[in-house]
Design a binder for this molecule. Structure first.
Ligand code: SAM
Ligand code: SF4
Length: 342
């Protein structure tokens, strides 16, 4: 198989789905494995995808280049924990050739921060400029309860290293009603003091964990009320390629993004598709429909791959189907967030 950049003969570089949305953002779960076990994400005894099914990084590069040739402009690497995948820095360096050639705007990464102490500079040197770091508590005990790992100080040191190496950091915080709601204002103050923007996220019902999501879920409408008691919020026109709606905080000058898949879905503006570490393309985080690109790549040809992208555009659903109202029932979306990449 030719592993070089696939040139698009028609120079037709825009992907539009059947609802008229431009699709220019690819999220790649480079591995579903993780060194943490966040309680809203996965159980302690997580069953990961079989190793034998994983795409090689070479295959992942090939599929990324295919999507870039069809109009993808932003790639976010996620997981699982993307920085625990062996060879990931070299993979990013390689992929950066598309930024240099003007075919890709940026490569970003979402990480739990555990590896940043050692690899921030490498990330910067490989071409990454912005990273999202997930951090749900500044209290050591709570951090341990949420991630099931005793690692807060390491993450804080990693954040310092990221700053030093010139990476622009945004903090991602899942607001969990029975865990960190009480410290949300504190986390916002801390983030802005460090010059980090922050996005708050609602818990989504994806995959079984060993905890009840009803106890975890709180609408960000309610959280905003709590925030408004301490801070003055004003709508901000700030936009990234992600789903956050931003507000500016008058007292700190920083931004808060609100990611509200359940209380106020953002599907009408969705610009994303998601590739898993075993090569399945999901057109929606909150639906089960997918296309097996690994199978097509290994057994068919470039025309079939391009047809599969066309099919993805035709079948991308209008909206997700998340429903948090179940109690002790299996969620509709059985795969964990780590499979599709958050
Ligand atoms: N391990 C990396 C991390 O934690 O940043 C990247 C993968 S993680 C799946 C990506 C994002 O999804 C994180 O911000 C995490 O907090 C969030 N996440 C995981 N499971 C979630 C769920 N069920 N509902 C809402 N957010 C979730
Ligand atoms: Fe790992 Fe990220 Fe899931 Fe936490 S949220 S268990 S760090 S993949």
């Amino acid at each position: 198989m030719n592993r070089n950049f696939i040139k698009n003969p028609d120079n037709k570089k825009i992907l539009i789905d059947s609802y008229g949305r431009t699709i220019n953002y690819l999220r790649v779960s480079v591995t579903d494995r993780c060194n943490y076990r966040c309680t809203y994400c996965m159980p302690e005894k997580m069953k990961f995808l079989p190793k034998k099914d994983l795409l090689t990084l070479d295959e992942m590069d090939y599929l990324c280049s295919l999507f870039i040739s069809r109009g993808i402009k932003n790639i976010r690497l996620s997981g699982g924990e993307p920085l625990v995948r062996k060879g990931i820095i070299k993979f990013i360096s390689n992929l950066s050739r598309f930024i240099k050639e003007g075919d890709l705007d940026e490569i970003t990464i979402t990480t739990n921060g555990s590896q940043l102490k050692s690899c921030s500079q490498d990330l910067y040197d490989s071409g990454v400029r912005r990273i999202n770091v997930s951090l749900d508590s500044l209290d050591e005990e709570k951090f341990n309860e949420i991630t099931r790992r005793d690692d807060l100080l390491n993450v804080l040191e990693g954040l310092e290293a990221a700053k030093k190496s010139g990476l622009k950091v945004k903090i991602n915080t899942v607001v969990i009603k029975n865990k960190n709601l009480y410290e949300v204002n504190n986390i916002i103050s801390w983030a802005h003091k460090n010059n980090f923007d922050i996005s708050l996220i609602e818990t989504m019902p994806m995959g079984l964990t060993d905890q009840d999501r009803i106890d975890q879920y709180i609408s960000l409408f309610d959280v905003k009320e709590i925030i408004s008691k301490k801070f003055t919020l004003a709508n901000s026109p700030h936009k990234t390629s992600g789903p956050s709606r931003y507000e500016k905080v008058k007292e700190t000058g920083g931004l808060i993004g609100f990611i509200t898949p359940l209380s106020n879905n953002f599907c009408s503006n969705c610009n994303r598709i998601r590739l898993t570490s075993i090569g399945k393309l999901y057109m929606c985080l909150g639906q089960n429909d997918n296309i097996d690109f690994r199978n097509i790549m290994r057994n068919e040809n470039i025309d079939s791959l391009n047809l599969a992208i066309d099919r993805a555009m035709h079948t991308k659903p209008k909206a997700h189907d998340f429903d948090i109202s179940y109690k002790n029932q299996t969620p509709e979306i059985k795969r964990h967030m780590s499979v599709t990449g958050g």
